[in-house]
Structures are given as structure tokens and as C-alpha cells.
Design a protein around this ligand. Structure first.
Ligand code: ZN
Ligand code: ZN
Ligand code: FE
Length: 759
């Protein structure tokens, strides 16, 4: 007897071989019917033996294809049989296609890697090998539905052999849209700095050039990398000076996890992260005295490693245990190059050679950066391999939303239903090109996911380009401003799928506050809708505005003055000996009259001040450097801590500074002072949230903001809070830094819509 059932599978992304999987399993069980994408997901119409249908569903539930990320499986049973004669994959209408999300890019799978190194295979050593389980996706998609004609692969016409595979439902390249081979697909070319082609085996020559200390611009999946031999201190230093990047750590690529062991500790969980299909850069604890030159990552105790994720990377690294520096192909803080002509123009003064290919990249995506914390993944930069997969939310978005994000580390977010499509990392919205990536990115996501926003959410900071963009939009029904640190807290709540009232701790560099001052050392009692400022660091003058961010000594001087008065210059400290009295007196008069001295309650700036006080550095070369180096020197064990002074809702750091100075005068080592300072911040958090718990009967603590990327601090804070029986929430799926702001804005805007507050 024939039974008919319909199965609706939700959450499946395009281009991961889900329909061919269904085809092979259904025909294997002699089930007839159809599989197609419809408006709700993937629809499987099945006819045949009831027991076989049962087995089919069980297999789908327990053993789905690796990348399918199934959200739910629903079943409609006892339907009238239609007497299908076979099983078929049916082309979907465009409505159905649009609602099926586009997959993120996927690292080369094991099957393809085997073929890549199999001399008998027709794709032996072909640098663009891929299949339905791997290869570029999001970076080559121009439009929907996801098929070859709508990707940058449409310029390559498939050869007969490739087409046969592509059309065979039982082949692992069935509808693998970017499939290609030596005969019909993209090709590598090696050019010198003058654009002249170098003859011979491009990969073999590239390997030799890298060995000889040359710098190569290598076109990858989401853009260009600049590569050099990680062991050559000379090449690494040359790369730094040509790129105008003094200290910011370079990422490394190693052949395998085993090839990382000599340099870093790798835990079980970190190994899983390294090997995941997204292949992010994983920040790992550096071992002492490794052969990796200091110049790769000066002043920090981590190294960022990733494993090969494109066939070309496997070819470049297969024969060598030496890691490569693989840093983003850009000059200084510009966005990463992804178009051939632009790369030639911008990178020709940096790279000695160019390893390029003729497969266009449609969307630029940087490498993602993650670390392992508390046995969970903690995303630091969410980009290639992650975007454009939506961040699922526990709540449902009432209206289609666009959230514009912050200024630094910008991401935007389009939201609908239970999905927040947080964009790939756009970058710092400080130049025309990044702004273009932002505006074009929004249009692209709107088309791909068919979301026309009715409401736009934005930061309160009037000077953010993302804010200006939001205020200029004229086709939305409401615009909702969200305070920066409320967005941080909401972001972490959405990240952890929690709801209701929490104690929120938002520590970061700077964000525009409700009083027009720069906040950043904030405690809230908050839910998605509202955030009440419960306590905060006392304001100090940010003397010189943006200059104070680049020069940590300014904040050190400000804090010393507040603690000791103008006599602080007479203290016998390395800091005061270095202090230029003329520059200080100029600053001092600025403070006295309040010129160019916006006030700030930022915790990030207090970290800068302590770093400055320890004379770790006078000026920084990348965002957060002073605080990162302060963490870098902190002893693993702090014996005791300093104490903040709490007066009502105002927290004063003066006693902390006073004790740190006493320690300096007693010649306590800087590593110990740093550790004591970190511990005092952790203790402060415990004290304030204890107070909030007593007054408000709340037990959940949410930690967000860039300061909580400091693992030394975060580890102690989480540990202490748990000892005090708090439930602690940290970031995992979106960054604690401003890359997570867009998700928080979307969550707050949605809550306000629900309560009818459309401003
Ligand atoms: Zn594959
Ligand atoms: Zn071919
Ligand atoms: Fe922030």
C-alpha cells in the first residue's frame, strides 16, 4: 500500500547539497516524489512504503548532510497519493528560492582534498576544485536564486565532463554551482610587480619565492592576502614597513594542527575551531621561545593561526611545515583588496609578486577571528565562513528591520522573523571605500534575503557615518536611536537567547551617552526595551579628544593629576621622568578651561591610563593596543588587588591609581601591577552587581563591550561571579566589540516596536 507524506525542513541553506542528499536517500529507499524549495523551506513530497518513509525521516533527523543546519522538520501525513512514477528534484519558483538563505563560504572538504593530491584524478592539483559540500558561496553570489548564472562563475562555460557531473543527481558535484576543472575553469597566473607574467608552474615558483623571502599578494576566497615566510624576520619586517602596519599582529596559516604545535598550545576545542568548515583565524596561547619572530605579533601573548581553506592554500603549504604569514591585502587601515585591478594598483608597492586568478570575487570578506573561551566559541570578527548565515533569535522580529551598527568594526544587520542577518565585517567607516562597502552591502543583503526594511535602528552618536546614513533614509516608517552600551548589552542577550531584565556590564572604548558624554564604564539594569544606568566610572577629561585615544600617556597624566593634584609631576616615577613638562602644562590649561576635553566614563581609557602609567607605550598604532599590551604583561597570578571607591552610582579609580603608584615606587614589577589592576576591575564588577542583586533581585549578569575581549580579565570575572552564584552571559556568536552592535540595535528596536515606542 502506498502512503504519502509531506516533510517540510526549515533552516536549510542553499548550495550545501541538501536536495541531492534527499534524492539519493529517497531513491535508495524506492520512494517516489519530489523535493523543492518553497516559501517555508525545503518541501519533500514522498510516496511509498510507510516504514521506508519512517526510516527516511529518522535518517534526516539523525544524520543530515554536514552543513545543512536544520532548524526544524515538520510532517504532514496521510495525504492522498498522487502516484508519482519517480523521484525528482524540481526547480523552484523564485519566491521559494529567495527565502532559502545563501550559504557562507566553505573550506575545501576532505573528498576534494584527496582528489587534489590524487595523480589519477582529473582535477589533480587543480587550485579551484570544489563540490556540493565545499567551495566559495557567498563571495561569488551576485543575485538570487543561487544558481551558476547568478554567480561570478557564469563566465566559465562547463566542459562536458563537468556538466555530466553537474547534472547527475548521484554525483557529489550535482548542482555544485562553482564546479570547474583545468579544462573549463579559472586559472592561476603569477605576475611580477610590473605585471609581467612569470612562466612555468605558478604554484611551484610561488613556493620558491616565498622561501626566498619574497612578499606575495595572493588572491583567495574573500580577497587578497599578503603572504611571506613566517620564519623570515626580515621579510616580516619588510612587509610591516611596506604596509604601514607597525605592530598590529599578522595572522598565520599552517599546513595542519600538528604544524602549529611547536608554537602554540592547542586545546581540543581550539582544534575543533581550527578545523571547522568556516576555517577562522583562531587566537592561540603562544608558547615561550618559539621560532616565530617577534615581528609577527609584537607585544601580545597570542598568535592567530588558521588552516588552509582553499585548494590553493593546500598546494602552497602541503610540502612544508613552515607557517606562512597571511595578512589581509591592504594598505594600513584600508579595506582588503578583492578586485584584480584595485589589487594591482594598491598592492604593487607592497608585493613583489602577484598570484592571481580569473575567478571574480563579488563580495569582499575578511578572514573571521575567533577564540575559545569557557569551552565555547567566542567570535571576535564575524566574516568569511560565518556571514551571511543569520543569527537566530529567541524572539520574533515584528517588523522588517535594518540596524546600521557602529563606526568602528562596523557590521549592519537586516532582520526578519527569527533571523538576524548580521553582515560580514565591513570595517571602520572612516573612508569612502568602506562606506561604499557598507551601502552596497545593505542593498545586496536586501536583495539576497528579500528584506525591505520598514524600520531603521542607529547609534546615538551624531557623527557616525552609519548614523548619518540612517537619518538620510527616506523610505522607512520609523527610525529608532539606540544608546551604544544598551546595544552592547542587548547584543549579548540576543547572542545568548535570553530575555527579561538583567544586570548589564558594558565596558568599552567610547560610545555616545544619553547625556552627550562619552560612556564606556557602565553598569545597567536593562531589558531589551530599556536600560537604566545603575553605576558608572567617574568622568575624566578626554584631553585632546581623539588624540587622547592614540596617546595613552594623556589619560595617565589626567588620572595622576586627579589623584595627586598638580604635584604628581614631582613623583619619582619612570612616567613622570619621561613626561614633557611643556606638553603637560599645555594639556593642563586645556583641562582648566575645558577646551577639546569631552568627558568620558570609559573603562577602556582607564586601561590605557594604567598602561601609560607603566610606560608600556606613549602612542598606539592600532585600536586597543595599550590595553592589549597591559593584558600581555599581566602575571598569571595576582596575589592581591587594589580597590575602587564607590560613592552612590559613581565609581572612582583614584584609590586604584594611588596604590599602583605606591607599588611603582616600591619597584613592584609591572606584570604584578597589571595583574593587580585587572583583579581590581574584576572585584569592582562583583561589588556592583552584588549591590544590584540586593536592590533589584536580579541574578543574571551580561558582559559586553570590547574590554571583555581581555581574556585575563574575563576569566577572573566569570570565575568570581560564579563563585557568588550569579548566572553569567558572555558573547559567543557575535563579537563583544562594536561588531556586535548592529544585532543589539535590532533587538532593542524590536522591543520598542512591541511596546509602541517608535522613536
Ligand atoms: Zn568538496
Ligand atoms: Zn570542466
Ligand atoms: Fe562599543
Amino acid at each position: 500500500m502506498t502512503t504519502r507524506a509531506q516533510i517540510i525542513v526549515k533552516g536549510i541553506v542553499q548550495g550545501v547539497g541538501f536536495r541531492p542528499f534527499v534524492y539519493s536517500r529517497a531513491s535508495g529507499r524506492s520512494l517516489n516524489g519530489r523535493v523543492l524549495n518553497n516559501a517555508t523551506g525545503v518541501l519533500i513530497d514522498l510516496e511509498g512504503d510507510a516504514a521506508e518513509i519512517e526510516h527516511f525521516v529518522r535518517e534526516l533527523e539523525t544524520n543530515p548532510p554536514p552543513l545543512s543546519s536544520i532548524e526544524s522538520i515538520e510532517r504532514l501525513e496521510n495525504l492522498v497519493p498522487l502516484d508519482y512514477l519517480d523521484f525528482r528534484i524540481v526547480e523552484s519558483d523564485s519566491v521559494g528560492q529567495k527565502l532559502v538563505p545563501i550559504s557562507a563560504d566553505v573550506a575545501t572538504c576532505d573528498d576534494c582534498r584527496r582528489e587534489l593530491f590524487d595523480p589519477q584524478n582529473r582535477r589533480y592539483r587543480y587550485p579551484f576544485i570544489n563540490c556540493t559540500n565545499c567551495g566559495p558561496r557567498f563571495t561569488i553570489v551576485e543575485s538570487v536564486p543561487y544558481d551558476r548564472a547568478n554567480t561570478t562563475m557564469h563566465v566559465f562555460e562547463m566542459c562536458t565532463a563537468c556538466r555530466d557531473e553537474y547534472e547527475n543527481p548521484l554525483d557529489r558535484r550535482f548542482h555544485a554551482e562553482p564546479t570547474a576543472c583545468e579544462v573549463c575553469g579559472p586559472r592561476l597566473r603569477l605576475l611580477d610587480a610590473h605585471g609581467r607574467e612569470v612562466c612555468g608552474d605558478a604554484v611551484a615558483i610561488a613556493i620558491e619565492l616565498l622561501r626566498a623571502g619574497q612578499i606575495l599578494a595572493i588572491k583567495g576566497i574573500g580577497g587578497f592576502h599578503l603572504a611571506c615566510d613566517a620564519f623570515s624576520a626580515e621579510a616580516v619586517t619588510r612587509l610591516r614597513s611596506r604596509k604601514f602596519r607597525e605592530d598590529k599582529p599578522f595572522a598565520l596559516m599552517a599546513r595542519s594542527v600538528e604544524a602549529i604545535w611547536p608554537y602554540c598550545r592547542v586545546s581540543e576545542h581550539e582544534m575543533t575551531l581550527l578545523k571547522s568548515a568556516a576555517r577562522p583565524i583562531v587566537l592561540l596561547q603562544k608558547k615561550r621561545g618559539t621560532a616565530i619572530p617577534q615581528a609577527v605579533a609584537p607585544g601580545v601573548n597570542t598568535l592567530g593561526f588558521m588552516l588552509p581553506y582553499a585548494p590553493l592554500h593546500h598546494l602552497l603549504l602541503e610540502a612544508s611545515d613552515r607557517p606562512l604569514v597571511m595578512t589581509s591585502g591592504n594598505v594600513s587601515d584600508e579595506p582588503i583588496c578583492f578586485r584584480d585591478d584595485a589589487a594591482n594598483e594598491r598592492l604593487h608597492s607592497i608585493a613583489d609578486y602577484f598570484l592571481i586568478n580569473d575567478r571574480p570575487i563579488h563580495i569582499r570578506t575578511d578572514d573571521s577571528v575567533v577564540r575559545s573561551f569557557d569551552a565555547r566559541e567566542m567570535v571576535v570578527r564575524r566574516s568569511r565562513g560565518y556571514a551571511p548565515a543569520p543569527v537566530r533569535t529567541a524572539f520574533e522580529f515584528e517588523r522588517n528591520l535594518l540596524a546600521c551598527g557602529a563606526e568602528l568594526k562596523n557590521t549592519f544587520c537586516l532582520a526578519r522573523g527569527h533571523s538576524a542577518f548580521v553582515s560580514h565585517h565591513i570595517g571602520d567607516l572612516e573612508n569612502v571605500e568602506t562606506l561604499r562597502s557598507f551601502t552596497e552591502g545593505i542593498e545586496h543583503y536586501k536583495r539576497l534575503f528579500d528584506i525591505e526594511p520598514e524600520v531603521v535602528a542607529y547609534d546615538l552618536h551624531p557623527e557616525y557615518l552609519s548614523t548619518k546614513f540612517a537619518l538620510l533614509l527616506d523610505d522607512v516608517s520609523a527610525k529608532i536611536a539606540v544608546q551604544h552600551h544598551h546595544a552592547h548589552v542587548a547584543s549579548c542577550m540576543a547572542d545568548n537567547m535570553i530575555d527579561g531584565e538583567v544586570i548589564g556590564v558594558a565596558f568599552d572604548g567610547l560610545g555616545f551617552g544619553l547625556d552627550g558624554k562619552f560612556w564606556g564604564g557602565e553598569f545597567f539594569v536593562a531589558d531589551f526595551c530599556e536600560a537604566e544606568r545603575f553605576a558608572h566610572l567617574a568622568n575624566v577629561p578626554l584631553v585632546g579628544g581623539a588624540k587622547a585615544i592614540r596617546e595613552p600617556w594623556r589619560l595617565a597624566a589626567v588620572y595622576l593629576q586627579r589623584t595627586f593634584g598638580n604635584q604628581f609631576t614631582r613623583l619619582d616615577l619612570p612616567f613622570t621622568r619621561q613626561l614633557d613638562p611643556h606638553r603637560w602644562s599645555a594639556l593642563n590649561s586645556m583641562i582648566a578651561v575645558g577646551v577639546n576635553c569631552p568627558e568620558t566614563s570609559s573603562m577602556g581609557r582607564l586601561f590605557d591610563a594604567v598602561s601609560g602609567l607603566l610606560t608600556l607605550r606613549n602612542s598606539i598604532n592600532y585600536e586597543g593596543q595599550a590595553a592589549i599590551e597591559l593584558e600581555g604583561i599581566a602575571d598569571t597570578i595576582a596575589t592581591d588587588s587594589y580597590e575602587f571607591e564607590i560613592n552612590g552610582d559613581i565609581i572612582s579609580a583614584e584609590p586604584v591609581i594611588r596604590k599602583a603608584v605606591e607599588d611603582l615606587l616600591d619597584e613592584v614589577p609591572a606584570g604584578q601591577i597589571s595583574a593587580r589592576f585587572h583583579l581590581s576591575v574584576a572585584q569592582l564588577i562583583v561589588n556592583i552587581v552584588e549591590q544590584a542583586r540586593a536592590e533589584r533581585h536580579l541574578n543574571r549578569v551580561v558582559l559586553s563591550g570590547g574590554v571583555f575581549q581581555n581574556i585575563w580579565l574575563l576569566t577572573r570575572v566569570v570565575q568570581l561571579l560564579r563563585q557568588h552564584d550569579f548566572e553569567v552571559f558572555t558573547h559567543s556568536r557575535v563579537p563583544a566589540n562594536d561588531g556586535g552592535i548592529s544585532l543589539g540595535q535590532a533587538a532593542v528596536a524590536n522591543a520598542r516596536i512591541q511596546r509602541g515606542r517608535l522613536t
